[in-house]
Design a protein around this ligand. Structure first.
Ligand code: UDP
Length: 326
């Protein structure tokens, strides 16, 4: 297939581009390089441009008849979204609408959307399945849920088929060592812990140790980046074969506390680093674990990296072979 990957120079997008190319698809990346890296796009064609730029989109859709579009170009920081909601609604909602409208103008009918566990807000129960109530508690979660709603309506009115994938915590790096996570600023737990383990950071700060969990720290469901990408590939195939839209929660279904992740990172790196304890971070639910039964059943999805140690090992390899040498 011919696939347009919007945000293909970012963390998840760049792994997706590699996987699609390895499956024999023709891939084009559109990225404005605001957070992504040109050298992370190792396969296919590349266009530098903004997903909110109609002229860029029209030119791309005229030049190639894409079978599908995957959209990874959202802003992702919960805390920032609380302080700068306009930035989040503009990029995650307005620009995404511009992209969707261009798809409709050019009759591209298949869309894969990066959604998030943040659409659920504070969980009523755990693990979280697709039926769980959706009440986001920050602008980031709202912006993603708004697009899910738009996609329901666009399906009915325009026949635009979509697969929304609600990521829990994406982690790890390309096992081949070519790609990995490079956010600036980095806000995610595993890369920050590994920076402490490699000596690039003085310590790891644990945000909150008074949560209602066994060790008092937050529990998250970490899923390897390649497993996440595999769900996109399967989701695309499923959407096209069945000609219908779908929504899936993606996680391993097993939660790890911040302290457990730190212990695993100590084991993997062989280094003992400093841990300091800070107050809770705003907007962090105590426990977020996915019930991904539907993705397993409908897509035949089976995460290969079921063990967090294996996930952290790939991230540690990236930290020591790439990031430390920057
Ligand atoms: N966290 C932490 N210290 C950090 C970064 C994150 O204790 O420096 C915690 C955070 O409060 C959350 C978990 O680690 O409970 C995962 O956070 P991350 O930002 O990686 O992902 P999120 O769950 O927010 O998507």
């Amino acid at each position: 297939m011919k696939i347009l990957v919007v945000g293909g120079a970012g963390y998840i997008g760049s792994h997706m581009v590699k996987q699609l190319a390895s499956k024999g698809h023709d891939v084009t990346t559109l990225d404005n390089l605001s957070y992504g890296y040109r050298d992370a796009v190792k396969y296919g064609e590349f266009t530098e441009g903004d997903l909110g730029d109609e002229a860029v989109l029209d030119a791309l859709f005229k030049s190639t008849r894409f079978d599908a579009v995957m959209h990874f170009a959202g802003f992702i920081q919960v805390g920032e979204s609380v302080i700068k909601p306009a930035m989040y609604y503009h990029n995650n909602v307005v620009n995404t609408l511009t992209l969707l409208d261009a798809m409709i103008r050019h009759e591209v009918k298949n869309f894969i959307f990066s959604s998030t566990a943040a659409i659920f807000g504070e969980p009523d129960y755990t693990p979280i399945d697709e039926k769980h109530s959706k009440q986001p508690i920050n602008p980031y979660g709202h912006s993603k849920l708004m697009i899910e709603q738009v996609l329901d309506d666009y399906d009915r009115a325009y026949g635009l088929r979509s697969t929304c994938l609600r990521y829990f915590n994406a982690a790890g790096a390309d096992p081949g060592g070519e790609l990995g996570e490079r956010h600036i600023p980095e806000t995610h737990l595993i890369p920050l812990i590994l920076q402490a383990a490699s000596g690039r950071r003085e310590d790891i700060k644990v945000f909150g140790s008074d949560y209602p969990t066994d060790d008092g720290t937050c529990i998250r469901d970490y899923i390897h980046i390649n497993d996440l990408c595999e769900a996109h590939s399967l989701g695309l195939q499923h959407m096209i074969e069945n000609d219908r839209s779908a929504r899936f929660n993606l996680g391993n279904g097993k939660g790890f506390s911040v302290k457990e992740v730190i212990d695993i990172a100590r084991e993997v790196s062989g280094n003992n680093f400093k841990v300091s304890y800070e107050p809770r971070r705003d907007g962090d639910p105590a426990i977020l674990v996915a019930d991904a039964t539907l993705a397993r059943q409908d897509l035949g999805w089976k995460p290969r990296f079921a063990d967090l140690k294996d996930i952290v090992e790939t991230a540690w390899h990236w930290e020591t072979t790439f990031l430390c040498k920057q």
